[in-house]
Design a protein around this ligand. Structure first.
Ligand SMILES: [Zn+2]
Ligand SMILES: [Zn+2]
Length: 505
């Protein structure tokens, strides 16, 4: 916490200017930046993050919280009790880093061979900031906030490990849950979310095709596993292409194919591994059931065998529509309509906050964290997971305010949505008048004037008759096709308070 803020090379903006925190907490931003940089310098990978946990616990010291720590992994759950009874809102930050050697040249860069290349250091610092803001205003809170610091998001099963130890129950039943993710190549300060699926499920298939080895000159005496496995690859693609709804898609990549040892030897065994992305629980379940069957039967047709191991790594991240609207409305109320946009499509990456959203309704959103002006038609900075990924930590104040604002929305006296999103299956994305947004909480616009083809008004793009979730969408908003498809960010005519000359929100 005593780390000096370090100048950011290539970043001309002020790290503290332009971000005003309520509750007289301007000074908080400096502390959050210092906290983030302290975390950034000592990244840890996986489920066991002792240094990170120590820093988090230190940063929460002095706050009146009920703190529980994990035994099987380094999660921290801190419960902030409001002055009045009410529901529980969970806010989650992931805390782990990646096995990447940092190449940013930043003064506070990691030198230990790992890197916070996905921005989880910002998530962690922002959640500490939200805790401070909410703590300062706890006299007005009707309910409790469950602050979850989760390790092992980067494919280590961190959410499942944390939830298996009961972290989600330590404050009582949770009625809504939220998480934010910073994105290094999205315009500075823009917030994005969408109702329904927002990130893909990730399933890994390992197929071992076994034939019979032999002499390459007499393949008829053996059973060549390579052409059989090639047929399996082809059949998997055909099945994905033909058997699944184009509007609930399956993205299959056979990323590994290993077989053979010499050109004059018939390979007895071929092993292929495929990654499959899906966007609903039902299609994820079908993939796990049908793709092994296709592989087994194709192999059998040639007299070979296929053994298939299916590993469901992550579930689809599915936003409860009402909660997504709360996120949109909160971002719009805090930052203005020019800094919120609805995503038209989910992203094809995966996220284990999905495990929380399987259990309680809630929403996940993105926060653009490129330096002001860094994203443009001819400029696309390094993205998350790059050794050169740069995240602008002057956004930490905004991230903390947004997280705190989400909790406050649910814990306000007579709050419109205290538990309004609760008690429904997450998969229920049907229009429901009972959950229609309060007009006062709707963002009037996502982006005032779509600046380019990537942003289009919903009203011109959605046919009410054939869009099953059309009723869940803000009809006056605009839709961003996908973060990756934002070449030009909102044009300069969309003012944002902290935009540099010529910059983009
Ligand atoms: Zn990541
Ligand atoms: Zn991440």
């Amino acid at each position: 916490m005593s780390v000096e803020p370090v100048a950011v090379e290539g970043f001309s903006g002020s790290l503290t200017a332009g971000v005003a925190l309520e509750d007289g907490a301007d000074v908080l931003l400096d502390e959050l930046v210092a906290l983030r940089r302290e975390l950034h310098a000592v990244p840890e990978v996986g489920l066991d993050l002792p240094v990170t946990t120590g820093i988090v616990l230190g940063a929460l010291e002095g706050l009146d919280l009920e703190v529980t720590t994990g035994t099987g992994s380094s999660w921290v759950a801190a419960v902030l009790r409001g002055a009045h009874p009410g529901p529980v809102v969970a806010l989650r930050a992931d805390t782990d880093a990646l096995p990447i050697t940092e190449d940013t040249g930043l003064g506070f860069a990691s030198a230990n061979g790992s890197m916070h290349a996905c921005g989880h250091d910002l998530h962690t610092a922002a959640l500490v900031g939200a805790a401070r803001l909410l703590h300062a205003g706890r006299e007005s809170l009707h309910g409790s906030v469950l602050l979850l610091f989760q390790p092992g998001e980067e494919g280590h099963g961190g959410a499942r490990a944390m939830l298996a130890e009961g972290a989600l129950e330590v404050a009582g039943p949770v009625s809504a849950a939220y998480a934010l993710h910073v994105i290094a190549d999205l315009p500075h300060g823009v917030v994005l979310t969408r109702p329904g699926p927002i990130m893909a499920a990730y399933t890994v298939l390992e197929v071992t095709v076994t034939g019979r080895g032999g002499h390459g000159g007499r393949p008829h005496e053996g059973l060549d596993s390579i052409p059989v496995a090639a047929q399996v690859v082809s059949a998997l693609h055909t099945h994905v292409d033909r058997a699944f709804d184009a509007f609930d898609p399956v993205v299959l990549t056979v990323g590994e194919f290993h077989a053979g040892s010499a050109p004059n030897v018939v390979a007895e065994r071929a092993v292929l591994r495929a990654g499959v992305r899906t966007f609903s629980e039902a299609t994820t379940a079908r993939v796990a059931l049908e793709l092994p069957r296709v592989a087994e039967r194709v192999a059998a047709a040639f007299g070979a065998t296929a053994e298939v191991v299916v590993r469901e790594v992550m579930a689809p991240t599915v936003n409860d529509p009402a909660s997504a609207r709360v996120l949109a409305a909160t971002a719009t109320a805090l930052f203005g309509p020019g800094r919120y946009a609805e995503l038209a499509n989910p992203r094809t990456g995966s996220e284990d906050f999905s495990e929380v959203l399987r259990r309680v309704p809630g929403a996940y959103g993105y926060l653009g964290a490129a330096a002001p002006g860094a994203v443009g038609p001819d400029r696309k900075p390094a993205g998350n997971h790059s050794p050169r990924a740069f995240f602008d930590d002057s956004l930490l104040g905004d991230a903390a305010r947004l997280l705190a604002g989400l909790a406050r929305h649910h814990l306000a006296p007579g709050g419109t949505a205290a538990g309004s999103a609760a008690g429904r299956p997450v998969s229920d994305t049907s229009a429901d008048p009972a959950h229609a947004p309060d007009a006062a909480t709707w963002p009037a616009h996502a982006l005032d004037d779509p600046p380019d083809a990537a942003v289009r008004p919903v009203t011109s793009a959605v046919e009410p008759g054939d869009a099953p979730d059309a009723a869940d969408r803000p009809v006056t908003g605009a839709v961003l096709e996908a973060p990756d498809a934002v070449p030009a960010a909102p044009a300069p005519q969309h003012p944002a308070p902290d935009r540099s000359p010529g910059g983009q929100p």
